[in-house]
Write a protein that binds this ligand. Structure first.
Ligand SMILES: *Cc1c(COP(=O)(O)O)cnc(C)c1O
Length: 356
């Protein structure tokens, strides 16, 4: 080891899902939306005046936070915009998780949480989900330096009742409770109303899934103005101009088209329910997902084997090797009806071949 290497901030990085370059693959591995963004987004791209790029963007992304404030009926100073919710969540870890006590999150959850905690030297404790992959609120009533969980949880798809979230918040008035709602639009009830009733709640959402804009990198947090002020102070001390002017305009166009948003989300919910029936009929086991993916295993085929068979068929899904109890599970993103039909057809044939 060289001397300077002793001073390196070594990290084990988060490993995102594969983005294969091949054409003609079915990409069901990173929970992207199969439908295009709202039509107004393409219009902005076609008409954006390149001359505007001479100027720095608005560090507050006020056009976007205003549009979001309108949409969610909150005040503009209750909204914080970031470059994907990954950026928003990282800023939240940096701003609010500064205790010597451990930050609590589930053992099976978004695998970025422990990476940020490690990188920022934040102590943390991973709380096991129960056997059916439910979060147990009771387990979050101990000394801690903050709490974060996705609702619905990823990669399980399990939705938590709002009353249970409230129970966790009530038991923890001394720390920040962060609800990562990356998938809430696919059938859950948002914790947003709790932001008015408790001063220690942050709701985080993203344009990457329900708004079909993973490539634009837009995420946001909604909380009370005091919390948003703390977040902006940290953000400005790190990098003030994070979201570019084009993205701000694209985001506004997407938020303004409520009808398109609701239509595509409904379509995905419909396809998901159809896919659940089909997978169940094929003998798959899974928690009842309220997101745009299904986390399933087949009792007769090991996870790695099924993952490989799908890949050879050019169907990409996501598999997490760890912890051991999810080793046989595959996380399958809900695509179009046609994609799901192809998937089910292949699985049917494949499982029949295994029987013989
Ligand atoms: C996808 C996802 C995110 C990150 O979304 P971006 O906005 O694309 O950064 C955050 N949390 C969870 C649970 C997710 O699944």
């Amino acid at each position: 080891m060289k001397d300077w290497e002793k001073n390196v901030r070594t990290v084990v990085p988060y490993v995102p899902g594969e983005q294969p370059k091949e054409k003609n693959i079915m990409k069901l591995n990173t929970n992207e939306n199969p439908y295009p963004p709202a039509p107004g987004v393409a219009e902005v791209l076609e008409t954006f005046d390149a001359d505007r790029l001479r100027l720095y963007p608005d560090p507050l992304a006020a056009d976007l936070t205003d549009a979001l404030a309108d949409f969610y009926h909150v005040d503009r100073n209750q909204v914080f915009a970031g470059v994907g919710s990954d950026d928003v969540l990282a800023m939240i870890f940096l701003t609010f998780f500064n205790s010597r006590k451990p930050v609590l999150f589930p053992d099976i959850t978004y695998s970025f949480y422990d990476v940020w905690a490690e990188m920022l030297r934040i102590p943390y404790e991973q709380i096991p989900l129960d056997h059916d992959f439910f979060i147990i609120p009771e387990d979050y009533k101990k000394e801690n330096g903050g709490i974060i969980f996705p609702n619905p949880n990823a990669p399980t798809g399990r939705l938590m009742e709002l009353s249970q979230i409230e129970e966790i918040i009530q038991a923890n008035p001394g720390v920040m409770v962060v609800v990562d709602e990356a998938y809430i639009d696919f059938g859950g009830v948002s914790a947003l109303p709790l932001v008015d009733r408790y001063d220690n709640v942050i709701v985080v959402q993203t344009f990457s899934k329900s708004r079909s804009m993973a490539g634009s990198r837009i995420g946001y947090a909604i909380s009370n103005p005091c919390v948003i002020k703390y977040l902006n102070d940290v953000k400005y001390s790190f990098n003030s101009y994070t979201m570019d002017s084009v993205t701000i305009a694209l985001g506004v166009a997407a938020v303004k088209d409520k009808e398109y948003f609701e239509k595509t989300v409904q379509k995905i919910i419909q396809t998901r329910e159809w896919t659940k029936e089909q997978l169940r009929a094929l003998g798959f086991l899974f928690a009842d997902s309220q997101s745009n993916f299904i986390f399933a295993r087949h009792p007769k085929v090991p996870g790695p084997q099924l993952f490989q068979a799908l890949k050879e068929e050019k169907i990409f899904v996501r598999r997490f090797g760890k912890p051991e109890r999810i080793a046989d599970y595959l996380r399958i993103t809900i695509g179009t009806d046609e994609q799901m039909q192809k998937l089910v057809k292949f699985l049917k044939t494949y499982l029949m071949e295994q029987e013989t």
